[in-house]
Design a protein around this ligand. Structure first.
Ligand code: ATP
Length: 226
């Protein structure tokens, strides 16, 4: 029986977006899709309390996130946003900056290289990030977040700067790693081919919007057959 990791109830953002009650399974890859402006990014931010709902509840393992320390919550539900923030320094220094910011020991070169390789960015660690392409920078940014090994990794549009082949390879690696390590991946994406190939579950906010308009608000979880 799949374990429910996250449950939302009567979630309302800014009296503007009314989410139906959602359930996200542990150790699965859940995609969130829907047209621009339907509240995909906002949902990720609500889940790790980067932003607050006007009303409604979010539970992580049956515990309200209101009773979880915000820093711990954000470490557990790590959000890798759609805007890539890298410092104008080397790849090694970028990892170091992010680890120092979190007061964590900086990983050794082999570990950094392992995550870069998983994210299809196997560049020398002394490469300056400002010399890299948009897609290369995006992969390095994801590698940094992946390396924190959070229980839940939330990726917002992780393939927006990547071609189809690179996107697929990245997701093959991500899915394998998260499955092997019993971790949960939640991904906002518009890429229907990626969703069809890799999703264990899909939350479609467009369908939700239509359901809401018809006042038939049900679970948004479309679970694929195992
Ligand atoms: N802090 C905020 N205050 C008020 N409104 C906000 C705030 N953040 C987002 N919104 C609004 O909420 C709606 C949903 O935004 P969100 O970024 O979640 O959409 P999205 O589905 O991720 O869109 P996209 O696919 O374009 O990234 C938008 O209308 C946006 O303007």
């Amino acid at each position: 029986m799949p374990r429910i990791l996250i449950k939302t109830e009567s979630l309302n953002f800014n009296h503007m977006i009314r989410y139906p009650d959602l359930q996200i399974q542990a150790e699965k890859l859940t995609f969130i899709k829907g047209p621009s402006g339907t509240g995909k990014t906002t949902l990720l931010k609500l889940l790790n309390a980067t932003t607050s709902p006007a009303s409604g509840t979010i539970c992580l393992n049956d515990e309200s996130i209101d009773s979880i320390d915000a820093v711990l919550l954000r470490q557990q539900l790590l959000l890798c946003g759609q805007t890539v923030y890298l410092f104008d320094s080397t790849i090694r220094e970028n990892f170091a900056h992010y680890y120092r910011y979190r007061n964590l020991a900086i990983p050794d070169d082999d570990t950094i290289q392992k995550y870069l390789t998983l994210c299809l960015a196997p560049f020398p660690l002394d490469t300056h990030c400002q010399t890299l392409s948009g897609g290369e920078r995006q992969r390095i940014y994801i590698a940094i977040f992946l390396s924190f090994q959070s229980d839940v990794l939330m990726l917002d549009e992780p393939t927006s700067a990547l071609d189809e082949t690179t996107s697929r390879k990245l997701f093959e690696n991500l899915k394998l790693l998260m499955t092997d390590t019993n971790r949960t991946l939640i991904v906002v994406s518009h890429d229907q081919r990626l969703i069809e190939t890799y999703a264990d579950a899909v939350i479609d906010l467009d369908a939700i919007k239509e359901q809401t308009q018809r006042s038939v608000v049900n679970t948004a979880l479309t679970q694929k057959e195992a």
